[in-house]
Ligand binder design. Sequence first.
Ligand SMILES: [Zn+2]
Length: 87
Amino acid sequence: MCPHGPNDDCECRKPKPTMILDAAKDFSLDLSNIYMIGDHRSDVVAGKNAGAKAILVRTARNGQDEGPEADFVARNLTEAVDHIIAA
Ligand SMILES: [Zn+2]
């Protein structure tokens, strides 16, 4: 996890993709076959910035944290997983 605050301008805080890219390198993952699932726009943008597919799950605390970047918007994690399985 990123231990920094939003004003620290670090390289690991979402929506920067650094942590996703590092994980892909560590585990030899093909980012074009990876789904980033998150409940905040910063999760979705980080996934897209890394070259992954991104699913927004509408369970964010305010229920409104949505951006146009998501490849799919799911009501919950089950719907997100169903989408991936059907792909
Ligand atoms: Zn950080």
